[in-house]
Write a protein that binds this ligand. Structure first.
Ligand SMILES: [Zn+2]
Length: 361
């Protein structure tokens, strides 16, 4: 009798534990950032005041008529066909300020290192991270928290075009897998990785600290197929740097390319039993840019509106709502606690952190 009681007791707690572990369908998260990509283009496609300007479209053939349509719903679909088809159908798109649906950064700086610090740590207003210098981040990121959980050990990876990510996630402290800037893939490599390792030292990029996004994409995709990470961050950069360079033609091309990279990842996920029906996609930007005809190139505290962001979420745990047209205010500091919540990882919630999104129940 006593034995039976112990068995019943154990089976009760095992059931409770299993239920607790699988409170969400999400077992994998693919988190994508388009550095400095504006909500204005996300929701309204190419901006006529920039698209038809010779100052910002230096090579008309690069854009030709491919991103222009009188109707904005068609125009945005020409620019970001994946987001405006699958994103609309299977997910929700937040941040159209014309519907009072607001997404903002909560840090005070409105540029990249503070932006990624906010996305990765969930800290609302960190005064300490106030430059883009190569300084190891003293804060603990959600990547580290997930990686420290035995269920996810060595199942976290980040790929970026910008060479600052080893510092932003403090790789030297936690050993998280980072491939950023012109870093070669290491270990047992696929043919494609070997080719990428060769290619990246020949492809010409205008920036010494940023490699072309296509390299970052295929490095990440190869890693995904090979290592099946639970939490994968892919940070594309060209949208930001091409905007700084005042190349609206290339800025649009870069965004359009990234949309097709995301489509590839999404379609692969649907065919892979370990991922299909268990993967949440979150897509966002680390900051916005100016709204004015010249200020679109830049961002930072002195550029009005560059704290304005957006996000797309496609998740087996959420009812798809398409474009959000309801009042709401969301912040980039909510991503880290949301990631922890979806993966059922302990997040040491303090008052300086954002809360998980309230729609994750
Ligand atoms: Zn920038």
């Amino acid at each position: 009798m006593k034995k039976l009681r112990i068995i019943l007791f154990l089976s009760f707690w095992c059931t409770m534990l299993v239920n607790a572990q699988f409170s969400f369908k999400t077992e994998k998260i693919i988190f994508i950032v388009l550095d400095g990509f504006r909500w204005q283009e996300l929701f309204y496609g190419a901006d006529s005041s920039l698209y038809f300007s010779e100052k910002y479209v230096k090579d008309r053939q690069l854009v030709d008529n491919r991103y222009w349509h009188q109707q904005y719903t068609e125009r945005r679909r020409l620019l970001l066909p994946f987001i405006w088809s699958a994103g609309m159908q299977y997910g929700s798109v937040y941040g159209n300020r014309n519907y009072n649906n607001y997404v903002n950064v909560s840090n005070d700086f409105w540029f990249s290192y503070p932006g990624y610090n906010e996305i990765f740590t969930g800290i609302k207003a960190d005064k300490e991270i106030n430059s883009n210098d190569k300084i190891n981040n003293p804060n603990r990121t959600v990547l580290e928290m997930v990686n420290n959980d035995p269920r996810y050990k060595n199942k976290v990876a980040i790929f970026g075009s910008w060479d600052l990510f080893p510092y932003i996630v403090n790789q030297s402290r936690n050993g998280i897998y980072v491939n950023a800037g012109y870093t070669d893939a290491k270990g047992v490599l696929t043919d494609r990785e070997l080719f990428l390792n060769e290619l990246q030292h020949y492809l010409i990029s205008p920036w010494s600290s940023v490699r072309p996004d296509i390299l970052t994409h295929y490095y990440a995709f190869e890693y995904l197929k090979k290592n099946k990470p639970s939490l994968l961050y892919i940070i594309y950069d060209e949208t930001d740097d091409l905007a700084h360079d005042g190349r609206y033609d290339l800025y649009l091309r870069a965004a359009n390319n990234i949309d097709s990279y995301i489509k590839q990842l999404y379609e692969w996920v649907q065919t892979e039993p370990e991922y299909a029906g268990k993967t949440t996609f979150i897509i966002t930007a680390d900051h916005g840019r100016g709204n004015d005809k010249d200020e679109w190139k830049s961002h930072g505290k002195s550029i009005a509106h560059s704290d304005e962001t957006w996000f797309v979420i496609i998740s087996p745990d959420l009812k798809p709502n398409g474009e959000m047209k309801t009042n709401g205010q969301y912040f980039n500091c909510q991503f880290a606690p949301t990631v922890a919540k979806l993966l059922d990882v302990k997040y040491n919630q303090k008052k300086e952190h954002g809360q998980p999104f309230d729609f994750i129940k």
